[in-house]
Each structure stands twice: as C-alpha cells, then as structure tokens.
Design a protein around this ligand. Structure first.
Ligand SMILES: Cc1cc2nc3c(=O)[nH]c(=O)nc-3n(C[C@H](O)[C@H](O)[C@H](O)COP(=O)(O)O)c2cc1C
Length: 175
C-alpha cells in the first residue's frame, strides 16, 4: 500500500474478525517497531507479545476488554527510563507497527492501561520497566478496501481538526 494512502486511510478499529494474524505479518509488525527511530538511538521500547492464557488478564487491565479478547495479535509496548523522550519514542514505534499492519490489511487500536499494577503482574513487568500502551491487531470485522477512496477523500472525511486549526506560522514566508 502506498504510504500516503496507508496514513490517510488508517482508522483505529476495535472489533476484529477473529482470524489469526499470520506469522509473516506478525514479524513485519514487530520489525516495523524495531525500525522506529528513537532519541539518541537509545531504542527504549520492548515488545511483549501476549498469547494464550495471558490474554484475559491483559484484557482486564485495559479500558475495553473486548478489543483485546477479539484481537488476533496483542503487543504491549514497554519502555525503560532514560531521558524525557521515551514516550515519544514509544509513540513512533506504535505508529510504525500499526501502519505496517495496515499495509498488510490488518487493522489495530491502541489501548490505554486502566490497571497498571494488574498488567505488570500479569506480564512480569518490573520497575524501572513500564508499560506504555497495549496494541491490538486483527483482520477487520468487515472487509475494507483503502483504495476505494483516494488520499484526498480519506483526508477530507477524517474526524480530525482542519489544518488551519493545527498550524500556525511564525516568521515571514518571503524568501
Ligand atoms: C494513547 C492512546 C490511548 C488510547 N486508548 C484507547 C482505549 O483505551 N480504547 C479504545 O477503544 N481506543 C483507544 N485509543 C484510540 C483512540 O480512541 C483513537 O485513536 C481515536 O478515537 C481516533 O480514532 P480513528 O483513527 O478511528 O478516527 C487510544 C489512542 C491513543 C493514542
């Protein structure tokens, strides 16, 4: 998928078909996370793949358990401390992973952590390591074809503030 189309058409999906996410796609998702840049190339993120009997406990620790229970692939991003940009690094990593998934037709959603202690217990996360976000991935519940619209139409239809509300210019545009 063209990168502009992937960016424009990506929506966070909370319901999945229940189909397995193939190993090749899982590896592509994890590798896209690995490739994300980070401050001073510290690479503070680690990827906890949640499977089998570990899934329900993780579902209980997020705000919407169904997102996790119906997902085909669940990854928790954890970081080790170091500098003020660790969460920014985790965000870059998460978006890389979700876009790589979407390029393969796999949709996704970030899940905030409602019960941090329970999640840490379930996954054996110990300070100073800290979980940032639970990423759920899966085949869309209904088939989706990003190419049914072009980038401009996806952009125009997105539930996002217009550029005018987001951008401010400082200095003269005269060059
Ligand atoms: C840090 C973060 C935490 C989020 N937590 C949740 C969550 O707990 N449950 C959920 O359903 N969506 C969660 N989301 C997804 C947002 O609701 C979603 O990004 C936003 O509504 C835009 O959705 P759209 O891309 O489908 O328009 C989270 C997103 C972020 C960035």
């Amino acid at each position: 998928m063209d990168v502009h189309l992937a960016v424009a058409s990506k929506r966070d999906a909370r319901r999945y078909s229940g189909a397995e996410v193939p190993d090749t796609v899982r590896t592509a998702i994890l590798d896209a996370g690995r490739l994300a840049g980070s401050a001073r190339n510290r690479q503070p993120c680690r990827f906890v793949v949640v499977e089998g009997e570990a899934v329900p406990a993780v579902a209980d620790a997020v705000y919407a358990a169904g997102n996790v229970m119906s997902a085909g692939f669940v990854v928790v991003l954890v970081v080790s401390p170091g500098g003020g940009l660790v969460d920014f690094d985790a965000g870059r990593t998460a978006q890389n992973m979700m876009l790589a998934a979407w390029a393969e037709g796999v949709t996704s959603c970030p899940n905030g952590i409602a019960d941090r202690d329970a999640l840490a217990r379930a996954l054996g996360i110990e300070a100073p390591e800290r979980a940032v976000i639970v990423l759920t991935f899966g085949s869309p519940e209904r088939p989706r074809d990003p190419a049914r619209r072009d980038v401009a139409r996806w952009s125009a239809g997105a539930a996002r503030l217009p550029l005018d509300a987001l951008v401010r210019h400082v200095g003269s545009a005269d060059r």
